[in-house]
Design a protein around this ligand. Structure first.
Ligand code: UDP
Ligand code: MG
Length: 223
């Protein structure tokens, strides 16, 4: 299988049909063999019913349900079969039109992982942007990985990278760092379109950054 698209989601019932349609259009045009894995991270709305309906209608779509909220990182540890694995948020803020270029960078240009860079953002609030800027600056300095935007949910991986690292909680922001620690050297970035949230509300604030940092420290010191 060429490609697995892994989508973590928490209460995103309205976005899912549109997102899956769009991904399907892109993958069909590109003639990929693919799967879409929708990972329900403890939703309390009807997301899971929507996922069940979508997967009944289309064999490319698979659903995984967590019994509680584990944080969006846990989705990546799930069984993805594709040679390339792309993670993407469920809320239509990431564009599936980025998929072909990300896929190309892994398969043809030899990147181990490519991280999206939301150069122009649509959630330009102080509570969102300030922690993000601070986080990126510190992570760049400490890790010596020169990415602009570690936080972006849109990322592409060679399969062996995903199989070599384990992430949980808020650690998705540190995946490039973990990939480097695991010996993968060719880490790149691609400017990606950031879209306005169409439905629902954001699930992230300051507390999530702090939790993520604590998770990383625990790996570093405890192993
Ligand atoms: N998400 C998740 N578990 C969580 C929090 C968020 O699976 O505990 C999902 C969420 O549904 C979305 C993605 O992660 O698909 C990014 O979250 P959100 O859009 O709220 O973050 P923002 O874009 O505001 O940073
Ligand atoms: Mg979002």
């Amino acid at each position: 299988m060429n490609l697995s698209i892994v989508v973590p989601l928490l209460n995103e019932e309205e976005s899912l049909p549109e997102l899956c349609d769009w991904i399907r259009r892109v993958c069909t045009t590109q003639h990929y063999t693919y799967e879409i894995i929708l990972v329900d991270d403890g939703s309390t709305d009807d997301s899971w019913q929507v996922i069940e309906g979508l997967s009944r209608e289309d064999e490319h779509i698979k659903g995984i349900k967590f019994q509680r909220n584990y944080g969006k990182s846990a989705a990546l540890n799930k069984a993805a079969k594709g040679d390339v694995i792309i993670t993407m948020d469920a809320d239509l803020q990431d564009s599936p039109d980025e998929i072909p270029e990300l896929f190309y960078m892994i398969v043809e240009e030899g990147y181990d992982m490519v991280s999206g860079w939301k150069k122009i953002r649509y959630d330009n609030t102080l509570t969102k942007n300030l922690p993000s800027k601070l986080f990126n600056a510190v992570t760049r300095k400490v890790s010596k990985i020169h990415l602009h935007d570690f936080n972006c949910g849109l990322k592409a991986y060679r399969k062996k990278v995903v199989k070599s690292i384990e992430v949980y909680g808020e650690m998705h922001r540190y995946i490039p760092v973990l990939a480097k620690w695991a010996g993968f050297r060719k880490i790149g970035e691609k400017v990606v379109e950031h879209r306005k949230r169409k439905y629902g509300v954001t699930k992230f604030g300051w507390d999530r950054f702090i939790n993520g940092f604590l998770d990383l420290l625990s790996i570093f010191f405890v192993g």
